[in-house]
Write a protein that binds this ligand. Structure first.
Ligand SMILES: C[S@@+](CC[C@H](N)C(=O)[O-])C[C@H]1O[C@@H](n2cnc3c(N)ncnc32)[C@H](O)[C@@H]1O
Length: 285
């Protein structure tokens, strides 16, 4: 069941966090105009040839990845619940000269409205910190299938739910099986861009907002990998790729993570390899 009250609370928390995150990023429009982009090889490989394709980026935040995808040849639409993020994305599109259409909406509302219209997409994309905000995976997957053209694909690259069993200090803390129950953080969404530095600010890192404290709590949902895959299969899509990677891209979400080659971030020294990120591609036949 979709629990919109949690999404609405998260909207406020994301509004505050998005302003803090972007305060650390130097002139992003200039970065894009001068040839910059923010995608990692994992999603570029799975997205494949996008020339002439229509793509919707669900939970696009401030649109940096959406506009980077437009540079690969797709006609892009971004959807996000955060007012601040969508306002930022529209401004970045205008100032960078990269076209993109951005909608501020709860993803469940937008999927339902689009399914009821004639608009259909070649690709649905979502990434890095997306599914944990959704209160009903089954509805999400059915909504995604409904807005794809026949032969259309969904591509997901996200933090692996396995690693979310660890607290910031890497102690075993949280359940792997979230059972669809919200996990509430009274201190809301934090300033992980400040914690990650240049690796999440490719246009250049600025001191920006100091010691950001989010006044709005946030609510997350821990979906095990089996439930993610099952939701996609039960929505009638066929899995074409499932991958796991032993690193995060860009984000230092826990203590003492090691920044290595190409923006890859690994657990602390001495840890065994862990599934940190996963990717899924599926097609609607
Ligand atoms: C970690 S960010 C994703 C960032 C993304 N990888 C990017 O390209 O920058 C998660 C995003 O999900 C959005 N979000 C959370 N719940 C949502 C919902 N119910 N509907 C639409 N967007 C939502 C937040 O506003 C936030 O921008």
């Amino acid at each position: 069941m979709v629990k919109k009250e949690y999404h609405e609370a998260n909207r406020k928390s994301w509004n505050a966090a998005t302003a803090a995150h972007n305060s650390h990023k130097a002139d992003q429009a200039k970065f894009f105009r001068e040839g910059g982009q923010t995608l990692y090889p994992e999603e570029v490989e799975l997205l494949g040839d996008l020339n002439g394709r229509t793509l919707v980026h669900l939970q696009c935040n401030a649109g940096q990845d959406t506009l980077s995808i437009a540079k690969l040849g797709a006609t892009v639409t971004g959807v996000d619940i955060s007012d601040v993020a969508i306002e930022f994305a529209r401004k970045l599109s205008a100032e960078s000269g990269i076209p993109g259409t951005f909608h501020r909406a709860d993803v469940f509302d937008w999927l339902a409205e689009t399914a009821a219209s004639d608009e259909r997409f070649d690709v649905v994309f979502s990434s890095y910190g997306a599914l944990c905000w959704l209160s009903d995976l089954g509805s999400w997957a059915k909504g995604v299938a409904a807005i794809l053209k026949p032969g259309g694909r969904v591509v997901l690259v996200d933090f692996h739910p396995f690693v979310m069993v660890f607290g910031d200090d890497w102690s075993l803390t949280y359940n792997y099986f979230g059972k669809g129950e919200p996990m509430t953080w009274d201190d809301g969404i934090g300033d992980y861009v400040a914690l990650s530095g240049e690796s999440l600010a490719p246009s250049g890192y600025l001191p920006g907002e100091d010691n950001f404290q989010n006044p709005h709590p946030s609510h997350e949902f821990q979906w095990p990998i089996s439930e993610i895959i099952t939701a996609i299969l039960e929505a009638g899509m066929r899995l074409t790729a499932f991958k796991e990677y032993p690193y995060f891209n860009g984000a230092k979400l826990m203590n003492d993570m090691r920044q290595m080659e190409n923006g890859r971030v690994y657990p602390p020294e001495g840890f065994p390899s862990l599934p940190m990120t996963y990717a899924i591609a599926a097609v609607k036949d």
